[in-house]
Ligand binder design. Structure first.
Ligand code: PLP
Length: 405
């Protein structure tokens, strides 16, 4: 069977590769500590699970409209008004099978072959992959560790060149944890209006912000609602990763196009899961706040453990649940991959492979996010796991020091 050129050019995800290897080692009985996965380790709150069971018992198990059930779309509009100061009507909402699917729909609906889409690095692995899948050209604009990986409007504007069509934003950011400020977003919004850029704003980590940081939606600035697709969902905030419910809020015409696309592809996310998401959004933010406080405690603990490791530079993340640590002390060593026995030409990949093989610690290389000399750790794990991970990392890096000496 001859595969399409489209699927052949999808690069294998480094995150998935590390995760697959970690699972294989675990299946062989290895004691793996994993800070690789980007998902809360909490159970979905009970009332949300109950709502899904009730929906099944009430036989709410049939096909519904491709863009989702009306009560959920109304609840999403109410949430966007209440929490984000955004005004949407239900016919501007498309309920999707997770936020990843929401990004997919938006890219499919906006990007034609040859279109340029600006992505800020470090970036979630999926954005450039989807732009390429639909024939577009990702234009990667690096943000600087010197200013906490925050966006600089002038850098984005320079990358617009001739005819960039789309900008993908993600605040709070996976992997850097940066939470973009109101002033930064205002400047980016002004440039989007000036340059007539469409925006996909992935706000899936909006509730996970710390130290008083404020999440602001770029869609709230003048002239932006009509050019922005807000992407969000219940996965991260409500510990509902496996339920696969996300959504877009967008201009009407685009919503209609994405609903058409869904109508011909996945039709709609599972009906009982939509009822669970409805219960989540109507149930208030108390469980979200409880989990946020736990992540904040873990962040404090993990960052201080990592900062005690000589040579590791660890910025304090402002949001999400990742630490994006600087490992350049090791990865900038000449010829690191060869010296660690890796076939990769990336230092961060070689180091992560080595940590997995020798310390049984699964973490994600910066290369997966378009930035070298970094490792991403998820602190959505128990305190015990975080302490054990820090210990393994300290031992592993000391052993790599020995190899490099
Ligand atoms: C930035 C970002 N957007 C979207 C997603 C996917 O969310 P969902 O599980 O709802 O598809 C993730 C998950 O890792 C993410 O990090």
């Amino acid at each position: 069977m001859k595969l399409s050129r489209r699927v052949q050019q999808i690069e294998p995800s480094l995150t998935v590769a590390i995760d697959t290897r970690a699972k294989a080692l675990k299946a062989e009985g290895a004691d793996i500590v994993s800070l690789g996965a980007g998902e809360p380790d909490f159970d979905t709150p009970g009332p949300i699970e109950d709502a899904a069971v009730e929906a099944i018992r009430a036989h709410k198990t049939r096909y519904v409209a491709p863009d989702g059930i009306l009560p959920l779309k109304k609840a999403i509009c109410a949430k966007l008004g209440r929490e984000n100061g955004l005004r949407y009507e239900p016919d501007q909402i498309v309920v999707t099978s997770g936020a990843k699917h929401a990004v997919n729909n938006a890219v499919a609906a906006l990007v034609d072959p040859g279109d340029r889409a600006i992505v800020l690095a470090p970036h979630w692995v999926t954005y450039p992959a989807l732009v390429k899948l639909y024939g577009g050209e990702p234009v990667v604009v690096r943000t600087s560790p010197g200013n906490g990986f925050h966006p600089v409007a002038a850098d984005i504007e320079r990358a617009c060149g001739e005819g960039a069509k789309l900008l993908v934003l993600n605040s709070p950011c996976n992997p850097s944890g940066a939470v973009y400020t109101r002033d930064e977003l205002r400047a980016v919004a002004e440039l989007c209006v000036r340059r007539d850029l469409a925006v996909i704003s992935d706000e899936i980590y909006e509730h996970l912000v710390y130290d008083g940081a404020e999440h602001v939606s770029i869609a709230s600035f003048p002239g932006m609602a009509e050019r922005t697709v807000v992407v969000n969902g219940v996965s991260k905030a409500y510990a509902m990763t496996g339920w696969r419910i996300g959504y877009t809020a967008s201009p009407r015409e685009l919503a209609r196009a994405m609903a058409r696309l869904q109508g011909q592809t996945t039709h709609h996310p599972a009906t009982p899961c939509q009822h669970a998401a409805l219960a989540a959004l109507e149930g208030g933010l108390e469980p979200v706040e409880r989990m946020r406080r736990a992540f904040e405690r873990r962040r404090g603990l993990f960052v201080s453990e990592l900062r005690a490791i000589p040579g590791l530079a660890v910025p304090e993340p402002e949001g999400a649940f990742y630490v994006f640590a600087d490992v350049s002390k090791w990865t900038s060593a000449p010829d690191l991959p060869r010296r660690l026995g890796s076939s990769s030409d990336s230092g961060s990949v070689a180091l992560c492979e080595w940590l997995l093989e020798h310390e049984r610690l699964a973490v994600v290389p910066g290369a997966a996010f378009g930035v070298e000399h970094r490792i991403r750790f998820s602190y959505a794990a128990s305190e015990e796991t975080l302490l054990e991970a820090a210990q393994r990392l300290r031992r592993g890096l000391a052993a790599v020091d020995g190899i490099l000496r």
